[in-house]
Design a protein around this ligand. Structure first.
Ligand code: NOJ
Length: 564
């Protein structure tokens, strides 16, 4: 095995996020799959990452790109077979890569057998108790049980359809139409994603079985989707004004569905399962604003790590970035957890585009909150900043998550034709929000071909014609390309004793610069100002995000790694 990380690897690993539908297509149907991942894994090894996180691969009607799971212990035929998954895990391990998979506990698909049975069972039945069914309010129960809003737009409740044809009664019986039709079910996301009832011991036990199923197959980590919204106030009160949705920040013990205290019992149970295996980890998708609330998920008997979205949400601004770095490092240090830096993922506008905005303070940093094609952009500046941000992120203490395509400098695709949009946000907002497809466009691997080497066929979302020039093939071996910048940075990060887990401190620098020190002997300097500045005192320049000018001068929107 090559360079395989052991010990608490999640404290320092660089994890590459594979959005499976868009990474590599092995069979030519236009959708990424496991054979595609297997073919391309050596690229990730060469790139120099330590682990991959693969978004949901389970059987799913794909109402939310696979985050609507119909069977937690199998693979969707679109992506391959269970045997393909096992072979992929083996390949990854042979290449020295850890594998993190996505677990989606808040909701299942409406096609999950449990939900089909729930629909055709009576109110109050054990089948319905696995989900959250409630009577409606108002005359004939025609109003939703609460005012809660779905993250994708519209109310978070749907009335049980009175047309029973699509949901046969369990055990072949005849459904009682009156009884089955009168309740509403909760869906904090799309109606095709009914929320599970985490007060039901059968739900708790079944997920623990799922965890073991995948841990037994060798996965090294579990990314917990929507980790803060599993528990709901049993009194089902209306949400106060400004309470937001499952995608919003905030919560706490009094919020009707976000970040409630009972949730921690779930993760204590999960930690006990994971602790039965060696070197495995849980990482939570926790959109909570306060470091104190985030830290609760990282107590020694809960998760090992949680995504820190602060960096991703900050504008390209020295003071803002310094503040989020300080508060993130301090809050995680207080509970002994690693920081986990993220610049982009499959839910937010790609950072090469966020930073290309004339004003980087707004939009695209929360799912569903996107910029349209009319936003004024300066793409070359966006790419310069994205490259500098990569060096800053990879120099910070802790672990870093790289979203597929970041290493190619891919921008958001802002002009996808409306006819191809698939994100439920598009339909649920009555076509007001275009949704997240623009950051999910399939990866260009080759300069040309029908899908730039994504697969032997087309691609489920059209790639811009200009993407051949951004492909892996076009950037390989090209001095100064974004791909070579990432490769060089990851190679240095692997070898340098100061990088990865550990401490950091700020040093004084030229006005407009951030100078981050790691010991022994490492500095990262980033120039946010409008003028070129001299580099701080150093022994050797290890790497720069763009060329220096004159006698070792750092241009605007550029970062340098220095040996001191
Ligand atoms: C967070 C995932 O990242 C997002 O893609 C998904 O839509 C929601 N959770 C619901 O599962």
């Amino acid at each position: 095995m090559i360079g395989y990380m052991s010990g608490e690897w999640w404290r320092r690993a660089v994890v590459y996020q594979i959005y499976i539908r868009s990474f590599a297509d092995g069979d030519g149907d236009g959708v990424g799959d496991l054979p595609g991942i297997r073919q391309r894994l050596p690229h990730l090894r060469e790139l120099g990452v330590d682990a991959v996180w693969i978004t949901p691969w389970y059987p799913s009607p794909m109402a939310d790109g696979g985050y609507d799971v119909a069977d937690y212990r199998d693979i969707d035929p679109l992506f391959g077979t269970l045997a393909d998954a096992e072979a992929m895990i083996e390949d990854a391990h042979r290449l020295g890569l850890k594998v993190i998979i996505d677990i989606v506990p808040n909701h299942s698909s409406d096609r999950h057998p449990w939900f089909r049975n729930a629909l055709s069972s009576r109110p109050g039945s054990p089948e319905r108790d696995r989900y959250i069914f409630r009577p409606g309010r108002g005359p004939h129960g025609a109003e939703p049980p609460t005012n809660w809003q779905s993250a994708f737009g519209g109310p978070a409740w749907r009335r049980v359809p009175s047309d029973r044809d699509s949901a046969p009664a369990p055990h072949g019986g005849t459904p009682d139409r009156t009884a089955v039709a009168d309740e509403w079910y909760l869906h904090l996301y799309a109606p095709e994603q009914p929320d599970l009832n985490w007060r039901n011991p059968e739900v708790v036990a079944d997920f623990e079985r799922t965890l073991r199923f995948w841990l037994d197959r060798g996965v090294d980590g579990l990314r917990v989707d929507a980790a803060t919204v599993l528990c709901k106030d049993p009194a089902f009160p209306d949400a106060p004004p400004g309470a937001g949705t499952a995608f919003s920040y905030g919560g706490g013990p009094d919020h009707p569905f976000r970040d409630r205290d009972e949730i921690h019992d779930v993760y204590r149970g999960w930690r006990a399962v994971v602790d039965g295996y060696r070197d495995r980890m849980l990482i939570g998708e926790c959109w909570v604003p306060s470091p104190e609330r985030l830290a609760l998920y990282l107590r020694p008997d809960e998760m090992h790590a949680a995504f820190n979205f602060q960096l991703l949400q900050a504008p390209w601004d020295l003071n803002a970035l310094r503040k989020v770095i300080d508060s993130s490092v301090a809050s995680m240090a207080a509970v002994g957890a690693p920081t986990t830096w993220v610049l982009s993922n499959h839910d937010v506008t790609r950072h090469a585009t966020r930073y290309a905005r004339l004003d980087t303070t707004g939009g695209g940093v929360a799912p569903g909150d996107r910029a349209g094609p009319d936003t004024p952009l300066d793409p070359p500046t966006g790419l310069r900043r994205a490259r500098a941000a990569a060096l800053l992120m990879l120099a910070l203490p802790g672990s870093a998550y790289v979203y597929q395509g970041d290493e190619l400098g891919l921008p958001e695709v802002l002009d996808l034709p409306e006819s191809v949009l698939q994100d439920p946000i598009w339909t649920r907002t009555n076509h007001e929000e275009r949704g997240r497809d623009g950051c999910r466009v399939p990866i260009p691997w080759e300069r040309d071909g029908p899908s730039f080497g994504f697969g032997p066929g087309g691609s489920w979302l059209p790639q811009p014609a200009s993407w051949g020039a951004l492909s892996r093939a076009a950037q390989t071996g090209v001095r100064g390309s974004t791909l070579e910048l990432y490769r060089a940075a990851l190679a240095i990060r692997r070898e340098h004793p100061a990088l990865g887990d550990g401490g950091m401190r700020w040093h004084d620098g030229e006005p407009g610069t951030l100078v981050l020190g790691r010991e022994p002997g490492f500095r990262c300097v980033v120039n946010f100002g409008p003028a070129t500045v001299p580099l701080p005192v150093h022994d050797r320049v290890l790497l720069t995000s763009d060329p220096l000018t004159g006698a070792a001068e750092l241009p605007p929107d550029t970062a340098a790694w220095l040996a001191t």
